[in-house]
Design a protein around this ligand. Structure first.
Ligand code: FAD
Length: 406
């Protein structure tokens, strides 16, 4: 078995193949210099300097060796030859496969603006990216230069929170009228805006960026469409990612803004499966779902391994995700797209622990909990079981929503 991409999904698939009884050789090919590592801390504890390199490692090389998984780092795959069932590596060598796993992740979208390639304009995806941001951020703190974050999504906001923690001046530029507008209820977007403002972050909504202002040292500022220039010693670009589906496209696999897979991780080739951020899952109603989360990479990895072993293990559980900003943990369950009503449970103003319940056509579709782990776990059970409280029940802290499950 050959796995392309030694990240969350690639590692999970390799281990699930072994635990699922596959006894032949497994090769895990990664194009980074490191073996599999945790990405979520890159915008949180790792960026804040609160974690050492060993804690970032997902599986020690000895452990992989013990499981008979051969890890090859700095081993980028350049092409797939489906007719001969081989992959071609950057060094020109070829590796045969009986089953192939594509777990190539995603690439941050680049800012399509003049000056965007200047030193100090940085994306955040890899350990190398995080180290470069940390170094430049330290320089900003030392010289009192502002950090500008482009994009008020999860990565941008986590970076903003970490930068404040490190003592940097921070401005977040968001094109939309609110933060995390595609996923959060308006009331929670406003709450997050207030949280960031209370920590000293400047937020600009409806921001239209014209160019990155540069000098010989790289970035000097961000030029807005109205001519205003915001000074910056570091610009972090967090405007979303694109699935790494180029290999699959070249090989003629069905792709649609991601490698198209079914609920079991199968692609349009019976010998090739895919998992994680590189995929777009076909739902029963024909629509495509792209998820970028640890849970999705892990569960799709398990499903993909099962598919290669001839078993059906569809991943249909409720999606969940988390984000840490300051001392607040947001935990999200379900998909909130299309919500038309919301109910808040708990004291949002005190901010000590509350949840926002999303409803569509009177049915519960998602729940976002802030410092309310119990609500989150209960929400996953409700959503998995297809059980919906009414909006009144959801908003009434005196109603035990768990009782609806029995
Ligand atoms: P990756 O982990 O990106 O692994 C893919 C690997 O494949 C990479 O190493 C890539 O370099 C390699 N590769 C690509 N092409 C090739 C090739 N041709 N040959 C060989 N190797 C190749 N999710 C959460 O649920 N909660 C969070 O709080 C959270 N925070 C995050 C914070 C940051 C800063 C980032 C970047 C992501 C965060 N995520 C979070 C998302 C989560 O980390 C990803 O969804 C997850 O890592 C996806 O796993 P993956 O295996 O699909 O991709």
């Amino acid at each position: 078995m050959v796995i392309v991409g030694a990240g969350q999904a690639g590692l999970q698939t390799a281990e699930a193949l072994r635990s699922g009884g596959f006894e032949g050789p497994i090769t895990l090919l990664g194009d980074e210099p490191h073996g599999p590592y945790h990405r979520p801390p890159l915008s949180k504890a790792w960026l804040a300097g609160e974690m050492d390199a060993a804690q970032l490692v997902m599986r020690a090389p000895e452990m992989l060796a013990k499981k008979g998984i051969e890890l090859r780092t700095d081993a980028a795959v350049q092409a797939i030859d489906r007719a001969h069932k081989t992959v071609q590596l950057a060094d020109g060598s070829r590796l045969p496969y009986s089953g192939l796993v594509l777990a190539t992740g995603a690439t941050p979208r680049a800012l399509p603006l003049p000056g965007a390639d200047a030193a100090g304009v940085l994306p955040l995806r890899s350990r190398a990216d995080a180290s470069a941001i940390a170094e430049r951020m330290a320089g900003c703190v030392e010289k009192n230069l502002p950090v500008v974050v482009i994009g008020g999504g999860f990565i941008g906001l986590e970076v903003a929170a970490t930068a404040r923690k490190k003592g940097a001046r921070v401005t977040v530029l968001e094109a939309a009228p609110r933060l995390l507008g595609r996923v959060l209820a308006p009331v929670l977007s406003d709450w997050y805006a207030e949280l960031h403002r209370s920590h000293g972050v400047e937020l600009v909504f409806g921001a239209q960026i014209a160019a990155i202002d540069t000098d010989a040292n790289g970035v000097r500022g961000v030029k807005l469409a109205d001519g205003q220039v915001l000074p910056a010693g570091l610009v972090v670009v967090g405007i979303g990612v694109s699935a790494n589906d180029a290999l699959a496209l070249q090989a003629g696999l069905a792709c649609d803004r991601g490698i198209v897979v079914d609920a079991c991780g199968r692609t349009s080739d019976p010998h090739i499966v895919a998992a994680g951020d590189c995929t777009a899952r076909r739902l029963p109603d024909g629509t495509l779902l792209r998820l970028e989360s640890v849970q999705n990479a892990t569960e799709q990895g398990k499903s993909a391994a099962a598919a290669l072993l001839g078993q059906d293990r569809p991943f249909t559980a409720t999606p969940w995700f988390w984000s840490d900003q300051y001392d607040r943990k947001l935990q999200m369950a379900g998909l909130s797209t299309g919500a038309d009503r919301w109910a808040v449970r708990g004291d949002m103003a005190a901010g000590t622990g509350f949840s926002v319940y999303h409803f569509k056509d009177g049915r519960l579709i998602a729940v976002d909990s802030v410092n309310a782990a119990k609500d989150h776990l209960q929400a996953r059970k409700l959503l998995d079981a297809g059980v919906s409280p009414s909006t009144e029940q959801a908003a009434d802290g005196g109603v035990d929503l768990g009782s609806l499950l029995s």
